[in-house]
Write a new protein. Structure first.
Length: 430
């Protein structure tokens, strides 16, 4: 398949070809990410069905299955990012990882057809797929930076976030429809085929001329200085945008264990309404991803980041005080729509600025560390939210979450306002 040149003919200030936006390279990358996310969203429904219905898994086995779907990706992310940063070309590896996913996911229907699919085999497949997902994410960030001009990275991240929201809505629905007519192991083929199509699309992306694999102050023939990753992590945490995202992730983790309990016990909402209201989160995320480009044009990165933080802050302003009836439904709608809309604006802006500010040879590590911060914050928040909910109840836990959000975001908003909404996250990461 012929590669698509993702660069324009004009050169930038450094003499390198300057990408266009949205160029053919970004469109291929965007479609590849969307296709693979859609297929993975189908497996979110299908794999648990296989475990329970076909293999008779119980609660402990399902907990192990869920953990193996996350832990390998989490553990490999930073080491894989360090490796990715030193590669002269990443697209061939991205293609190879997606083809490996085809083999891993495709093993499920093959083993089932041969009568060899058991719970241990399914656990191995899920763990291997998680590992490959972590490697793929470490490869894709530098490729994105290579095909998107720095000024458009926020918009590109917004479009990717919107695509993820569409996949989260449509993937499980398609999986449910296919499960009605096909055996669950064969439905998994949709995920395998999505990775095959993604590999073909990634092969059409031509990276810009490679930058030095490591910064000038870190020679390639010498190991990284001791504490290099820790110093990079500290530099990230010194940025207001990352601190805001960490707190938002922590608060989301706190809310997650008690939200449905609050909707059932305190608001007395029926199960059908709960499902519909929770689905609004994906709608807010899609809207935020589509609007972030316009917000950037109007307010710039600093203003867009501030709007995202303010909308996120508003998401918990009403919910803890609502009661049974219309006010409860309004509180949940505001929480889901505002939280996902504001969060997407904030994530797209901060991540786009981080990608643009990362020095040569450190894009993957910067993004891997940022994602690790958010994941750790979410897990710690979930543990704390579950414990707090058991001690003081769902409503009090939501009040604590809202207070924590206000105590962090309000001072940041005041500081950003005092600085004229300038975006300090544009400075180069050192």
């Amino acid at each position: 398949m012929t590669a698509v040149d993702a660069t324009a003919r004009s050169a930038g200030p450094d003499g390198r070809p300057e990408p266009t936006f949205p160029g053919a390279g970004f469109r291929a990358l965007w479609l590849a990410v969307g296709v693979s996310q859609f297929g993975s969203a189908v497996s979110v429904v299908t794999i648990p069905v296989i475990a329970v219905v076909s293999l008779g898994a119980g609660p402990q086995q399902m907990g192990l299955l869920s953990a193996l779907g996350m832990i390998p990706s989490f553990l490999v992310r930073v080491p894989a990012a360090a490796w990715s940063d030193r590669l002269p070309r990443r697209v061939p590896w991205l293609v190879a990882v997606n083809l490996a996913q085809v083999a891993v996911i495709g093993a499920v229907p093959l083993l089932w057809w041969r009568g060899m699919l058991g719970l241990p085999a399914l656990l191995v497949v899920v763990a291997a797929a998680s590992l490959l997902t972590g490697i793929s994410s470490s490869l894709s960030s530098p490729v994105l930076v290579g095909v998107v001009p720095r000024a458009h990275l926020v918009t590109a991240n917004g479009r990717l976030s919107a695509t993820r929201g569409v996949a989260d809505i449509g993937g499980p629905g398609l999986g449910g429809l296919l499960l009605a007519v096909l055996a669950a192991p064969f439905v998994v083929l949709v995920d395998a085929l999505s990775f095959l199509l993604a590999a073909l699309l990634y092969a059409r992306v031509r990276e810009t001329p490679p930058e030095p694999a490591v910064p000038a102050w870190e020679p390639a023939d010498e190991p990284a200085p001791p504490g290099g990753t820790l110093a990079l992590a500290w530099a990230l945490l010194s940025r207001g945008g990352i601190r805001a995202l960490v707190v938002v992730s922590l608060v989301n983790g706190v809310v997650d264990p008690v939200l449905v309990l609050f909707m059932v016990d305190d608001l007395r909402l029926p199960a059908s309404a709960i499902g519909l209201l929770l689905g609004l989160g994906a709608v807010g995320g899609i809207s935020g991803g589509l609007l972030v480009g316009r917000a950037m044009s109007r307010w710039g990165p600093g203003g867009t980041r501030a709007v995202g933080a303010a909308v996120t802050l508003a998401s918990l302003a009403v919910l803890p005080f609502t009661t049974r009836g219309p006010s409860g439904a309004v509180g949940v709608v505001l929480f889901e729509l505002a939280g996902s809309l504001g969060g997407t604006l904030l994530v797209a802006t901060v991540f786009g600025q981080l990608q643009g500010a990362a020095p040569a040879g450190r894009v993957a590590r910067v993004m891997a560390l940022a994602m690790t911060f958010l994941q750790v914050a979410t897990v710690l928040g979930a543990l704390g939210g579950g414990l707090l909910g058991g001690l003081v109840g769902s409503r009090a836990t939501l009040l604590v979450a809202g207070g924590l959000l206000a105590a962090t975001l309000v001072p940041l908003l005041l500081r950003w306002r005092a600085g004229g909404w300038t975006c300090d996250d544009e400075r180069e990461i050192r």
